[in-house]
Design a binder for this molecule. Structure first.
Ligand code: F6P
Length: 346
């Protein structure tokens, strides 16, 4: 068979182990594998590179994606020429199937290609946001949360040395998974996530109470999608090709830091981690998950199962309909947040 592969949307550690896992399994079947570069843009323009054993054998520890990425959306209004390019190139390269590695946007395109045009697609879920439904985890999340955790550990050193509060802003879009995991593991004094409205009064009182009982520093972990009264809102930020607001622009971490200092008088600083958390070598967890979902994607192609996304449920790696996986975000449940509150609300 001739199989195409692409990586779309924001990069994250785990993509290269997944590409490697899929290619190694496809080579077992005797397939030819070609990579389209820069996500759907590569299919629009017909830009490819061969994915051989030599190309993938040394990439398991590399962050990012060897295929490069973009946020090209061939189904965007007014971009009909892009969709025509995708369909023409799928024919031109005589592909038997396409494996798309991405988040809700990239997989949404793969799903539409299957349901509307019968293009044989298999999706592999990736995102540091961990917000895809029907899979317990997406690779990229553990690596990003680990970088955020290390950053919090470093910021605690300086917060403690200067008797300061430091507000750490962490990416994650509308889902608070990364901030919650890194914040709790980093012993944060408060974690603010988009799913739970921030009680500014309670947080400031809590930070003051800490100082009153002799703790002379504070760490507040804030997910980029949090909103507070008086600060810029997500809806004011620019949109990307898939219609998502670019939340990094909002600057919620700095806004919360200012508010804390104003209300409490405690010297407060902010650190916006931004894309730093998406870089670096994949963690052990993400290398294993990436490898497993990559292998499974190759197997699904050979079982003739299309329009599906590989998912991890418990210890199983299985297939679920892409359509169902991208229908709604997997957000942090209130009960899970409440379970952790006891660790930071002291
Ligand atoms: O979806 C992954 C993510 O890293 C989000 O957490 C973040 O809001 C967004 O991508 C940033 O996008 P970009 O890389 O296009 O700036």
């Amino acid at each position: 068979m001739k199989i195409g592969m692409l990586t779309g949307g924001g990069d994250c550690p785990g993509l290269n182990p997944a590409i490697r896992g899929a290619v190694l399994r496809l080579l077992d079947y005797g397939d030819e594998v070609i990579g389209f570069t820069q996500g759907w843009k590569g299919l629009v323009e017909g830009n490819t590179e061969p994915l051989t054993l030599e190309r993938v054998e040394g990439i398991i520890d590399q962050g990012g994606t060897i295929l490069r990425s973009s946020r090209t959306n061939p189904f965007a209004a007014g971009k009909e020429a892009q969709l025509e390019g995708v369909l023409a190139n799928l024919k031109k390269f005589e592909l038997d199937a396409l494996i798309a590695l991405g988040g809700e946007d990239t997989l949404g395109v793969a799903s539409k290609l299957w349901t509307q045009y019968g293009i044989k697609t298999v999706g592999v879920p990736k995102t540091m946001d961990n917000d895809l439904s029907l899979t317990d985890y997406t690779f990229g999340f553990d690596s990003a949360a680990s970088v955020a955790l290390e950053s919090i550990d470093r910021l605690r050193d300086t917060a403690r040395s200067h008797d300061r509060v430091i507000v750490v802003e962490i990416m994650g879009r509308h889902a608070g998974w990364t901030a919650l995991w890194a914040g709790v593991a980093g012993g944060a004094d408060w974690v603010a996530i988009p799913e739970v409205p921030l009680d500014m009064d309670a947080m400031c009182k809590h930070l003051q109470a800490n100082y009153a009982r002799g703790k002379t520093f504070g760490i507040v972990a804030v997910s980029e999608g949090v909103e507070i009264a008086g600060a810029q809102k997500a809806a004011d930020a620019a949109l990307d090709a898939f219609g998502h607001h670019q939340l990094g622009e909002v600057g919620i971490g700095p806004a919360i830091a200012k508010e804390i200092e104003k209300r409490t008088g405690i010297p407060t600083r902010d650190a916006v981690l931004g894309h730093v958390v998406r870089g670096g070598s994949p963690t052990l967890f993400d290398r294993i998950l990436g490898t497993r979902v990559g292998i499974k994607a190759a197997e699904l192609v050979h079982e003739g199962k299309f329009g599906v996304m590989v998912a991890q449920q418990g210890t199983e790696i299985l297939a679920v309909p892409i359509e169902d996986a991208v229908k709604q975000w997997k957000l942090v449940p209130q009960a899970l947040y409440d379970e952790f509150v006891t660790t930071f609300n002291k």
